[in-house]
Design a protein around this ligand. Structure first.
Ligand SMILES: [Zn+2]
Ligand SMILES: [Zn+2]
Length: 301
């Protein structure tokens, strides 16, 4: 499989001379494999650029097939949704997968964000056929030859992590998530702290174990490294991780490659590259490669 990073930034898109090497668009990753439909994870502002790149493909002729998996529907993961050119071409077919209890609710979530006075056109402007597929954590399903499983992440509003397998290779997408140590995050900033709520501690432990099984033996783990440990200490309830936590998960699961992802809007290229280099020096080995996701980069797996 081939993995391309179209958006690697977290929370807010950044246009600034200090992010030109790593990129400023928000979360969007595309997976391609011979004979398989296009698979995209998250529709941040990078999703629009992916759509433009598909102008020379079967999607421009209305013969494209693909699926969009959403970690969750916070703005930075859906801002490109209404700007994806292949959605406007009749004949294209897409499955939109996100966490939800039933089909109507999922469509309504997207419809609601286009309503006046927030936006100028609705989902009925799309000519492509969109099928809504709500999923929950701990599910397994297939899209063409892609085998996909889900896990619940520790984030306000709840996000899903995805493990995708094809041709003997495995790719894991895990953002946005806080560590499974201090607190259990639910909707909004509703926080359950273990010292006041023993059930929250049980949940955290159980989910920590689940993550180890979920990541086991993966070839590539793309992980939420939004915070430095100092920043995390200031805002643990925001639902984001540090490189230390991501690398702990990678080591527990015996992951082969670990990529920093969902970069902080104020993490400039120089700082981020120095940070990745320092972590690679301390924790990298011939068994664990450590790198940073850069917009526009493609990894052959
Ligand atoms: Zn995010
Ligand atoms: Zn989020």
């Amino acid at each position: 499989m081939r993995v391309t990073f179209w958006g690697v930034r977290g929370s807010f898109p950044v246009a600034h001379p200090k992010v030109t090497r790593i990129g400023g668009n928000t979360s969007c990753v595309a997976l391609r494999a011979e004979g398989a439909p296009l698979l995209v994870i998250d529709a941040g502002t990078g999703f629009r650029h992916l759509g433009r790149q598909l102008r020379e493909s079967e999607f421009a002729k209305g013969k494209g097939e693909g699926a969009l998996l959403l970690s969750h529907t916070h703005w930075d993961h859906i801002q490109g949704f209404m700007y994806f050119e292949p959605f406007f071409k009749e004949g294209n077919k897409f499955t939109v997968v996100a966490r939800g209890d039933h089909d109507r609710k999922l469509k309504q979530i997207f419809q609601a964000q286009t309503e006046s006075p927030y936006f100028s056109y609705g989902l009925d402007s799309f000519k492509a056929e969109l099928t809504w597929k709500p999923v929950m954590e701990d599910e397994q399903f297939s899209i063409g030859p892609w085998r996909i499983s889900t896990v619940r992440l520790n984030h306000p509003g709840v996000a899903l992590g995805y493990r995708i397998e094809h041709g003997g290779r495995s790719f894991i997408y895990m953002t946005d998530t806080a560590p499974y140590t201090e607190q259990w995050l639910e909707h909004g900033f509703h926080v359950r702290k273990p010292e006041k709520d023993p059930e929250a501690l049980d949940r955290l432990r159980a989910h920590g174990k689940k993550l180890d099984a979920f990541t086991k033996g993966a070839d590539l783990l793309l992980y939420d490294t939004f915070f430095t440990p100092e920043q995390y200490g200031q805002n643990p309830h925001w639902g984001h991780s540090t490189p230390d936590e991501g690398l702990r998960v990678a080591r527990e699961g015996g992951v082969k490659s670990f990529y920093f992802f969902h970069h902080h809007p104020e993490a400039w290229d120089d700082d981020l590259e120095a940070r990745v280099k320092s972590y690679a020096k301390r924790f990298g080995s011939s068994d664990l490669r450590i790198d940073v996701a850069r917009e526009g980069e493609t990894i052959e797996m």
